[in-house]
Design a protein around this ligand. Sequence first.
Ligand SMILES: *Cc1c(COP(=O)(O)O)cnc(C)c1O
Length: 496
Amino acid sequence: MNYTSTRNNTLSVTSGFAIANGISTEGGLFVPTDIPKVTAEFIESLVPMTYIERARKVLSLYLTDFTDEEIDEDTAGAYSTGFTHEKVAPLVNLHDNVNILELWHGPTCAFKDMALQLLPYLLTGSAEKMSDGKEIVILVATSGDTGKAALEGFKDVPGTKILVFYPSDGVSAMQKLQMTTQEGHNVGVCAIRGNFDDAQTGVKSIFTDPAVREALDKNNMAFSSANSINWGRLVPQIVYYFSAYADMIASGQITNGEKINFTVPTGNFGNILAAFYAMEMGLPVNKLICASNANNVLTEFINTGRYNRLRQFHTTVSPSMDILISSNLERLLFHLSGDNSEETKALFSSLSQNGEYTVSTEMLEKIQKVFAAGCCDDSETKQTIGNTFRENGYLCDPHTGVAINVYNAYREKTGDTTPTVIVSTASPYKFSPAVLEGLGENIVTDDEFEKMAALDSISGVPAPAKLTSLWGASPRFTDICEKEDMQNVVFSMLDI
Ligand SMILES: *Cc1c(COP(=O)(O)O)cnc(C)c1O
């Protein structure tokens, strides 16, 4: 099993190389050259298995330069202790043949854990295969969920250090406290005076500064990346689409071979792209429904073929989907073009130069054969949170609210009643204020934890201990730096 680049299809590398390097030198993303195919028997065999066993079966098709022992150890390490639900990614029936796939039972209560609990194992394993024996330094600029999930994933992992920068006024109170109270001997967290773009730009320039690289090299260290374009973050996400399908069979809602729909709340297009890989592998899928908030660049693209990032940016109650450049779309377009890296390169250079591109009619037809898309604004999202709680007794977060709203509209418009899985990406308690508004409750306090307690007592759904335990916790990392000082902070955190 080999990997190539979306911008240079003559390249051929192993999964270890792709994961250790994160991105290809010419700027393309690593993709498998042949997507492995599975049989109906393969899928049937997953039904009685645990999540870890399912993960082993699916991952070993892609990580062919990892031994079975390595994959066994890695998946056990990632999914045995950090998740509070014994099924890891449980499927919950919402009503009739509509189900919710809960991906937020990990240590940070957001779906990023599904990949970031496994990535440190894959990354250290890959670095060993590349046999450079250097200590891996992960630098992250975060606007919220990714930073915390990466910290939890890399905490105390031998051979790694992780440093996270966040904008001091650009994350929620809960997200800030989650990061500033982080434990572990190899972690560092620093706020910067500036916005997310400043943090991101600062991290990128440290990453690419030859002098910094040299200093790290002298100390036997090297940078690596934990962001969502790394293949090591995508491949763990393929597993839960198979797992959900196996659970649909187990519950008797479908028989093996019957097609189902997935609805995915989407930002960077990583999660829904994993569903596309599962489908290409042979998972019986009817439609992949891409759900967006007011930042509806993907809705427009899937419906018209034109991708235009030159539009107003909206700050919404589903902030992890506030994105105008969906990086992982590049992988989809590469595959649908018949692995044509020239065509892919042309589209994405048009995106960076002109802020837009339009795909061919032929390509649009291929996209629409698989994908449907829709969007909703904040007031519709909150309404859906309220309706879903009243009508189905299910409490959802705003990202999941967007997905349920878009799915309901799709089902109504198309009359498509195929059995469906709606992907749920965060615990409602990560976003208590917006969820309370959705329920029509006006709680007069600015304190996030009082709102969490109010939501707990109103809904009867217990708040996760991972979040309630932060109430009154004292931060361990209180430094704020100027954006010009980020490099010095990195050196001092690394003791070089
Ligand atoms: C990251 C995130 C998303 C978006 O996922 P993509 O893979 O970027 O499309 C949706 N919901 C939550 C809660 C997230 O953290």
